[in-house]
Write a protein of this length. Structure first.
Length: 363
């Protein structure tokens, strides 16, 4: 028992543990920091959720359930007269099997599923609350009647569905989670270090036996501990306020949040390693974050960019994180399926932390 007590005391007195505790106490003594970490992302989510909760995802996608009849109809749309080109420009039309098409409809990746059933004719499956679905449904109905070449109308029936995964708010929330992790990690760590440097506290640490690695690791651990509950509050708020469901494992979401916090804390450490003023660190962080705000798929899909640009955007730190969160929350993907994204996120965190450890200076 005495040895156990001594070991516990040694762990408690370890410099790394003491640094983490000091950072946690320092954070809670700054109401402004608490607001920007916990309050601001929640306010942003509520504001954007209220504004876009009934707005469909920008692109209007149509799935045709694979069959000889539907493949012939697809060829007609692609090779028909110019009067049909407006439809091809309005939406992307793809052929999938029925199971894949229904999954894509449920997760919001397509607005309309069209199948041909011998006993029922053409069947339209869509969410009637989405204006884009109704628009493309009516357009396709007209094309089917023209394609039939008959005066008597082809039998068509509707199969209305209402899936939570297909709303814009369901698409938006994982993007906001990723953006919150990026901002919390980079701003939280970066400004803390620069603030300590401006107050000459880092210079005082230089005169102590404190290891540089212990200091930087403590900064990262404290930021991760702040960020995980912040993101979980957002997930709970999105579910309670807007009915956003997590189709996958809650543990998978927590793992992604943890890795995202680790990744962006590392980037924040690297940026602030030698920055001496708040203006400098602010400018550098805006320079790093701006491409990710625009090109990492926070508010719209990366697929909207040219294919040549997508290969670059997919390697940005925020892109695999958002893809992973959307994969879990919308598609129900497992961590094994998201292994490539997890590797990219982890590599960004490890590389930037290693560079920060080498580049960092106390004054």
């Amino acid at each position: 028992m005495k040895q156990t007590g001594n070991l516990s005391q040694q762990v408690k007195d370890h410099p790394l543990v003491q640094l983490v505790i000091a950072r946690l106490r320092e954070f809670w003594r700054e109401p402004a920091a608490v607001f920007w970490v916990y309050g601001f992302p929640l306010i942003m989510m509520i504001s954007l959720g209220v504004a876009f909760r009934h707005r469909p995802v920008e692109s209007i996608q149509v799935d045709l359930v694979k069959s000889d009849r539907m493949e012939a109809f697809h060829d007609y749309l692609e090779n028909g007269e110019n009067t049909h080109q407006d439809l091809m420009e309005l939406s992307g039309i793809e052929i999938h099997d029925e199971e894949t098409s229904q999954l894509r409809l449920r997760t919001g990746k397509t607005a309309l599923v069209v199948a041909h059933v011998e006993s029922e004719g053409f069947v339209f499956s869509y969410d009637p609350t989405r204006p884009g679905s109704i628009l493309v449904r009516n357009t396709l109905y007209d094309r089917i009647q023209r394609w039939s070449g008959r005066e008597d109308k082809v039998t068509v029936s509707d199969d209305p569905v209402s899936e939570t995964g297909g709303r814009y708010i369901d698409f938006l929330v994982p993007g906001l989670l990723g953006m919150g992790l990026m901002g919390g990690g980079m701003w939280g760590v970066g400004f803390s270090i620069v603030n300590l440097r401006i107050r000459k506290l880092l210079k005082r640490y230089l005169a102590t036996p404190m290891k540089r690695s212990h200091f930087l690791i403590a900064m990262m651990i404290s930021r991760v501990l702040f960020t995980i509950p912040e993101m979980l509050v957002l997930v709970w708020g999105a579910h309670w306020l807007f009915g956003v469901e997590n189709q996958g494992s809650f543990l998978a979401v927590v793992v992604l949040i943890f890795l995202g916090a680790f990744e962006f804390s590392g980037i924040g450490l690297l940026i602030a390693s030698r920055a001496e003023t708040t203006e400098t660190v602010s400018g550098l962080m805006n320079l790093v974050m701006l491409p990710m705000w625009i090109g990492s798929g926070v508010f719209y899909s990366v697929d909207r960019f040219p294919a040549s640009v997508q290969s670059v955007l997919n390697q940005l730190p925020l892109t695999p994180l958002i893809h992973g969160l959307r994969g879990v929350m919308q598609d129900g993907a497992s961590l094994a399926v998201l292994f490539p994204q997890l590797m990219v996120i982890s590599l960004w965190g490890l590389i930037t932390f290693g560079l920060a450890l080498w580049w960092f200076r106390w004054q």
